[in-house]
Ligand binder design. Structure first.
Ligand code: MG
Length: 153
């Protein structure tokens, strides 16, 4: 068994779509980034790569590379899952915490879990996605952060 952790933060700006775990969430702002800036999937990919000791997504998908401009992070995740399988591993379970003051994410959590279960081709019981605020003490609405932990078998 191998464990991995990942962490990411992106800034919230006007004129961008807000996408978390492949779910587009209606909101007045979205996350800024070279790709679609799906901060939760970025943290998750770093956790999987960390478990495999394969570096991080900055190394795998450099933001200086135009082919990743506007990239669908769920597609990048497919590449990372391919690397995981190539090393002979499958997902034991994963756990993600998304950190944001707004918007409320509870209506979208199940769809996020389903998207990830489909990507890993696993049971939804292996996928946990949670959301928390920082009581106004952290990013304070300037951005969204995410932590991820994975166990690979
Ligand atoms: Mg990122």
């Amino acid at each position: 068994m191998r464990i991995g952790i990942g962490y990411d933060v992106h800034r919230l700006v006007e004129g961008r779509r807000l996408i978390l775990c492949g779910v587009e969430i209606p909101y007045e702002r979205g996350l800024l980034g070279h790709s679609d800036a799906d901060v939760a999937v970025h943290a998750l990919m770093d956790a999987v790569l960390g478990a495999l000791a394969l570096g991080d997504i900055g190394k795998l998908f450099p933001d200086s590379d135009p082919q990743y401009k506007g990239a669908d992070s769920m597609k990048l995740l497919d590449t990372v899952i391919g690397k995981m399988r190539g090393k002979g591993f499958s997902l034991g379970n994963l756990d993600i915490t998304i950190i944001t003051e707004k918007p409320k994410l509870s209506p979208y959590i199940e769809q996020m879990r389903q998207n990830l279960a489909k990507a890993f081709d696993c049971d939804i019981s292996q996928i946990s996605v949670k959301a928390t605020t920082e009581e106004g003490l952290g990013l304070g609405g300037a951005g969204i952060g995410a932590n991820a932990a994975v166990l690979l078998e």
